[in-house]
Structure formats: structure tokens, C-alpha cells
Design a protein around this ligand. Structure first.
Ligand SMILES: Cc1cc2nc3c(=O)[nH]c(=O)nc-3n(C[C@H](O)[C@H](O)[C@H](O)COP(=O)(O)O)c2cc1C
Length: 215
């Protein structure tokens, strides 16, 4: 698979078949992550491979993307958060570069992945997986082989619509903007969800409204 095919044909996959992804392939995917650029070349990523159903269930129970219930293998990417570049959050940028490399390498092995950050609160996730406070949970990558045909869909914008030269000159009418009030309410709702003790009741409601994807 050449680089264009890998980039243009990768899609998020959320339904996997029974065949487990071999540990050698998982290691190759992780190795691809470690070849990403990282701020100050810190390479502060660590990878927690999760293949124990009780651990996956524990994550799910504490509030996470509903499709996780059918996931058997996943990798949590964590990154050393001891950074002085607070405004650009360089540890998140470095970890994100690493994750994208992983998704592309997985795709080249026909392994489907989904980048997940609808996850339990970071505090809870740290407790479940014994992550120290100097490591930041960044995202969970679910993975598996899959049978379904990948749905083709177009990108939302053409390159010409989202490029400007030398200053900000965009036709913002096309862009989705959320009002500040709506955004505050959504943030509050998220906080309440993670603080609410009877999460299973809320999760049932949330599963109904959670965005559904075809793949
Ligand atoms: C930061 C980030 C967080 C995401 N979190 C979730 C998630 O919690 N649940 C989910 O189903 N997909 C999640 N996704 C996947 C996106 O929904 C997906 O990339 C997007 O719909 C575009 O589809 P594509 O990856 O097939 O191109 C996430 C992607 C990113 C980059």
C-alpha cells in the first residue's frame, strides 16, 4: 500500500471480527507511533495494551463510547505531561502525531482502528490503569480485523475552501460554529455526567443520543 492509498483510504472502524490482532502486528503499529515527531524529541509516549475484557468493561462502566462493548483489543496512548509549553500543549500534539502514525500503519496491515476520547474522566482512567499523574491519558485506540466494506464518504471541505495565504481569509459561513452558551452547557453536561454516581442510568440515555457512525 503506498502512502496516498494509506492516507486516503483509512477510515475509522468500530466493528471487528473474531480474529485477534497478533502481538507482532500490535508491536509494529506501536513502533510506527514511535517514529512520529515529538516536541523537543522527548518521545514521551507509553502504550498500555488492553486485551482483558474485565478492564475494557471497567472502562465502559465508567462512561465511554458505547461500541467499546464489542471491542476486544485496544491501546491506550499516554504521554509524559511534564512540559513547559502550556499554551500549545505540546505533549498532546506529540501524542496525536504518534496516534495518527499508528492508525496509518494499522490500516496498511488491514487492521481497523478507531481513535476514542469519549472515555471515563482522566482521574478515573488513572485509577483503573494505575497511571501516575505525570502521564496524561491521551486517547484509546480500538483495533481489530474487520469484514465489512469501508464506507466511502467525501471530506467535508475541499482544500480550496480551507486554505488561505498570509492571513486569515475564510468564508466562515460554511463552518460549523457553536454558540458560546451552547458550548458551556455541553461542557457542564459532560462534567455532570462524569461526577454522577449512577452512571449506568445516564449511560442508557446517552447511548441513544451518542452519535452513530456507519463503520
Ligand atoms: C480526537 C479524536 C477523538 C475521537 N473520539 C471518538 C470517540 O470517542 N468515539 C468514536 O466513535 N469516534 C471517535 N473519533 C473518530 C472520529 O469520529 C472520526 O475520525 C471521524 O468521524 C472521521 O471519520 P474517519 O476517521 O473515518 O475519517 C475521534 C477522532 C479523533 C481525532
Amino acid at each position: 500500500m503506498d502512502i496516498e492509498q494509506t492516507i486516503f483510504q483509512r477510515r475509522s472502524i468500530r466493528k471487528y471480527n473474531e480474529k485477534p490482532v497478533e502481538i507482532e502486528v500490535i508491536k509494529k503499529i506501536i513502533e510506527a507511533g514511535t517514529w512520529a515527531p515529538s516536541a523537543c524529541n522527548v518521545q514521551g509516549w507509553r502504550f498500555i495494551v488492553i486485551d482483558d475484557p474485565t478492564v475494557i468493561n471497567e472502562i465502559l462502566k465508567n462512561g465511554a463510547a458505547a461500541f467499546l462493548k464489542n471491542v476486544r483489543q485496544a491501546i491506550l496512548v499516554i504521554y509524559n505531561n511534564q512540559s513547559d509549553n502550556d499554551s500549545y500543549k505540546d505533549y498532546i500534539q506529540s501524542a496525536s502525531a504518534c496516534i495518527e502514525n499508528m492508525l496509518l500503519m494499522a490500516h496498511s496491515y488491514n487492521v481497523g482502528t478507531c481513535w476514542i476520547n469519549f472515555l471515563p474522566s482522566k482521574k478515573k482512567l488513572r485509577q483503573i490503569l494505575n497511571i501516575p499523574d505525570y502521564f496524561e491519558p491521551i486517547a484509546l485506540i480500538s483495533l481489530g480485523y474487520y469484514d465489512q466494506k469501508i464506507n466511502e464518504y467525501k471530506r467535508k471541505y475541499t482544500v480550496d475552501e480551507i486554505i488561505s495565504f498570509n492571513d486569515y481569509e475564510f468564508d466562515d459561513h460554511n463552518l460549523i460554529t457553536v454558540s458560546k452558551i451552547k458550548l458551556r452547557l455541553k461542557r457542564l453536561a459532560r462534567k455532570i455526567y462524569f461526577l454522577f454516581p449512577y452512571k449506568n442510568i445516564l449511560t442508557k440515555i446517552l447511548n441513544k443520543v451518542e452519535k452513530k457512525f456507519n463503520n
